[in-house]
Write a protein that binds this ligand. Structure first.
Ligand code: CA
Ligand code: CA
Length: 638
């Protein structure tokens, strides 16, 4: 338990009740070095390194595992113009692993090209066929691919195998060749991609200068300034601060009130307000922080929740957290502390209508609280997009060059910070392993164990090498000064990719041999703000404390195929009625037509159950054959 309450010296809020709760935890003092490169502490395996002399290894008697020269066909890139034998990365890997890589000049995003290839019976040895007509199971059933046994990972790709163990049980579900009784086997239809299951996008961002103007002081020791040195935003260095502290829910409500009523911009006019909210039917990642205060997620309807009274597993629209969110939202809206956007924002498509509107409203400089994509805070290198986002939009477009900001992990819920309190953001990927066409690497039917072992070894070496390893950094990303440049300190600043047309022919790259696994570690080579934010975010493991975890998650990964089919039939029968009851209740609530939430919520739930939700809950959501979600160990593998 390491949730941290922000401790404010406030003239406006009753001190004592909230601030006596928890002292700042020392767990925040994670040195940056541990997070700069998730892979740096793992030793490079020497088996693949032919430049290492035998004398330096203790297993001198071992045979050279790369003695036999192997030809390996390949298709893992958009690069349809690539001419085999011309790439710098191809040459490097061929030399080290005693192989001839033969990339095929078809884009893996080309449905026609891939269909023709497969129709002709051609299957590359190693591929990722995002737009093929069949998925991994379909291709295997047609005899195009082979299976991969877990032992191969254990032996030749231990880095991957360890991640697999860490992320059980869900790591085993993806691409698994299930036994006849439905149990898991040790064989897989393809190599499941590893994705970052710790990531979340939006974080809270508020005007720090306004907080100070309305009487809050935050201890400087709790604030880490974002340093900026680029030409564009460098003059705003030290104007955005990251803190790992949390405003208690009631404090934050009070802040939204004061942003509205206490003239935080000091111009003597009643012209500001706390934040922007959307109506109840707007479900998006941009509403997740608001909803998340009440333990319910807006953007992903596959999250299921446990009803604390009945123990039923229910969808968001039957969960009390949703009710509590709606109550809070309407109450704050009616007070004017948070406001909706002008007409027309409701539509999610085209995206521009609400998104442009939101950014334009924030840019008025009259709003105190925002939610910000961590990737774009103070980002200097994506002008068209990022200049409209706070904080930079306030400096650049609202004409408020002195504005200061604070950003923190999540908005807290009314139940406080007790260990079992469930509020916060949503991890973007719940599982570390993925499946489906765009998250599965395929191995051709003709590939021998030896060939598979060679490639797995290559991937193991590339993933376990130090981030600045002279061989692997070039094999993965090219040469500094040729393929990219750093904006500041190497490996600790932004990396700008050189325009492809400006790279000399002999430095061309295929680019699809190694960039195959995202291990969930902090990204290197982002802009200054994101690099710092990422270090704190991963170093302090915010995703462990500030994310809502579903009790169950509705997806083919967790739901048996027959159950999914039966559900679809039932949903076809009941779904429209359930949706209608939900929509009516939701809209009446938004329109202020609910007189007594407690009685009307109960009536609403009864209506839903009578309309068929009871059967859905009993037969599917509560059913033990629908496996409960288990949060994996989210520690970043070093
Ligand atoms: Ca070749
Ligand atoms: Ca004012």
């Amino acid at each position: 338990m390491s949730k941290r309450i922000i401790r404010l010296a406030s003239m406006l809020v009753l001190i004592g009740v909230m601030f006596s709760m928890i002292a700042c935890s020392n767990s925040s003092e994670v040195p940056n070095e541990t997070t700069t490169g998730a892979t740096t502490t793992k030793a490079v395996t020497t088996t693949g390194d032919q430049s290492t002399t035998a004398a330096t290894t203790t297993q001198a008697v071992e045979e050279n595992p790369f003695a036999e020269h192997l030809t390996i066909t390949w298709l893992m890139s958009l690069n349809a113009d690539y001419v085999e034998g011309t790439g710098m990365d191809e040459e490097m890997l061929e030399e080290r692993y005693n192989i001839d890589l033969q990339p095929w000049a078809i884009s893996n995003y080309d449905p026609e090209g891939l269909s023709m290839m497969l129709a002709a019976g051609d299957m590359p040895d190693f591929s990722k066929l995002d737009h093929a007509p069949w998925d991994a199971i379909g291709l295997y059933e047609q005899g195009m691919t082979r299976l991969i046994n877990k032992e191969m990972y254990k032996k030749y790709f231990p880095y991957y195998y360890e991640l697999m163990l860490q992320n059980e049980p869900s790591s085993l579900f993806h691409n698994n060749v299930k036994n006849e009784d439905g149990s898991l086997s040790d064989n897989f239809y393809g190599i499941s991609m590893v994705v970052d299951n710790k990531w979340y996008y939006n974080v809270p961002l508020a005007r720090l200068d306004w907080l100070e103007n309305i009487g809050y002081e935050i201890d400087e020791s709790l604030l880490t300034p974002i340093k900026l040195s680029d030409e564009k935003l460098g003059k705003y260095s030290d104007q955005v601060f990251i803190t790992n502290q949390i405003f208690p829910h009631e404090d934050f409500n009070e802040i939204l009130r004061a942003f509205t009523e206490d003239d935080p911009d000091g111009n003597g006019e009643d012209d500001t307000y706390g934040g922007v909210i959307f109506n109840h039917n707007f479900r998006s990642a941009w509403a997740d922080l608001w909803w998340g205060q009440f333990g319910v997620n807006s953007s992903d309807g596959n999250f299921l929740y446990e009803d604390s009274v009945t123990g039923d597993i229910v969808p968001y629209y039957a969960f009390t957290g949703y009710r509590d969110y709606m109550e809070w939202a309407v109450s704050m809206r009616d007070k004017g502390y948070i406001r909706t956007l002008p007409e027309g924002y409701e539509s999610l498509a085209p995206q521009g209508s609400w998104y442009d509107n939101l950014l334009a409203n924030w840019m008025t400089g009259k709003i105190g609280y925002f939610f910000a994509d961590r990737q774009y805070i103070c980002r200097p290198d994506a002008p068209a997009y990022s200049d409209r986002q706070p904080p930079q939009s306030i400096w650049l477009n609202a004409g408020d060059e002195d504005a200061t900001f604070i950003t923190w992990p999540a908005l807290a819920g009314p139940q406080g910070i007790e260990p079992n309190s469930k509020w916060g953001q949503r991890r973007y990927s719940l599982d570390a392993f993925g499946s489906g066409k765009n998250r599965t690497y395929l191995v051709g039917a003709e590939v021998s164990d030896e060939k598979l072992a060679r490639v797995l070894t290559m991937w193991n070496d590339s993933n376990t090498a130090a981030i600045d390893d002279p061989y692997w950094s070039v094999a993965k990303s090219g040469i500094e000064g040729v393929h990219y440049t750093w904006t500041g300190e190497p490996w600790n600043s932004a990396r700008i990719t050189t325009d492809a047309t400006k790279i000399p022919p002999h430095y061309k790259r295929y680019g699809g041999f190694l960039a195959v696994f995202s291990t969930g570690g902090p990204a290197v080579g982002a802009n200054e703000a994101m690099t710092l934010y990422t270090k704190i975010f991963y170093g302090e493991e915010w995703y462990k404390d500030y994310c809502i975890e579903p009790i169950k998650y509705w997806s083919a990964t967790y739901v048996p195929a027959e159950m999914m089919q039966a559900f679809k039939a039932d949903w076809d029968a009941f779904g429209a009625d359930i949706n209608k009851i939900h929509a009516e209740f939701r809209d009446r609530h938004w329109n202020g037509q609910i007189a007594n939430i407690n009685t009307e919520w109960e009536q609403y739930i009864n209506q839903l159950y009578d309309a068929g939700l009871e059967k859905i809950v009993n037969d599917y959501y509560n059913n033990d054959d629908f496996i409960a979600y288990k949060t994996p160990d989210l520690t970043v593998v070093k």
